[in-house]
Design a protein around this ligand. Structure first.
Ligand SMILES: Nc1ncnc2c1ncn2[C@@H]1O[C@H](COP(=O)(O)OP(=O)(O)OP(=O)(O)O)[C@@H](O)[C@H]1O
Length: 228
């Protein structure tokens, strides 16, 4: 599903953000990407999304080397690999329903599909009764659920969660983890970048640790491994 071979990223000023990364992620995996600030986690995500190009190496996603992908295909790639963020990034002037519908409108989905899919994903994240609310009328946990619903509405095969619980209290964070795990059980590969030690230690999933741009650990049923 995702394969990185000898991937390195050196930014303009000569900063080695990633060095010789070799990694394979199977379809349907749930994995945590951990590591101290500056370790290269965001760079890793940007390479997967094709927001940055590697200096060396190949990145295969769903049998396609994305480093050789034509411009024409990039929108399809970005549809297949979806992201949620710590700060939710919802559109403040649109309702919950409209925020999610918008993600379908931009890919020119039919109104019929929108009317079917939006209530379906709202049900999956447990927000069927909040469709008409605006983001500012929701709690942080509810906002993150909306952003998850929006991220999965076009059926991506991969969901990247970039510190999705970073702005949430521990109890709400666990609710979000349940939703992510449930999406993973339905077959979506989930890659979660996090500093949440408790969550990583409790979930017992694959853990990849980056330090100074290198993979220093790749454990099945791993632990966070840092004290922060
Ligand atoms: N656009 C850029 N230009 C130059 N250097 C960059 C750029 N983006 C990141 N870097 C550098 O690359 C290295 C890796 O950064 P990256 O943002 O990938 O780390 P990170 O693990 O995501 O950190 P954090 O946990 O703080 O978000 C750092 O030394 C950073 O300063």
């Amino acid at each position: 599903m995702i394969q990185l071979k000898n991937v390195s990223k050196i930014y303009n000023k000569g900063i080695h953000a990633l060095t010789n990364i070799n990694l394979s992620i199977d379809k349907g995996e749930f994995l945590f990407l951990v590591g101290p600030s500056g370790a290269g986690k965001s760079t890793f995500i940007k390479l997967l999304l094709k927001e940055e190009e590697p200096t060396e190496g190949s990145i295969v996603v769903d049998h396609q080397d994305i480093t050789k992908m034509s411009r024409r295909k990039i929108p399809y790639h970005r549809r297949n690999i979806s992201v949620i963020f710590q700060d939710f990034r919802l559109l403040p002037n649109k309702t919950v329903y409209e925020n999610i519908a918008f993600a379908m409108q931009v890919i020119e989905a039919s109104s019929k599909d929108i009317r079917r899919q939006v209530p379906m994903v709202l049900g999956m994240v447990g927000l069927s009764d909040k469709a008409k609310q605006y983001p500012h009328e929701l709690s942080g946990g509810e906002r993150q659920r909306v952003s998850i619903a929006r991220a999965i509405v076009n059926n991506p095969s991969i969901l990247i969660a970039d510190e999705p619980t970073g702005n949430l209290d521990p109890e709400t964070a666990w609710e979000i983890m349940k939703v992510l795990k449930q999406i993973n059980r339905r077959g979506t590969t989930v890659v979660m970048v996090t500093h949440a030690k408790d969550i990583v230690d409790t979930m017992q999933q694959r853990v990849i640790a980056l330090e100074k741009g290198r993979i220093i650990r790749d454990e099945h049923r791993g632990a966070y491994g840092y004290e922060d």
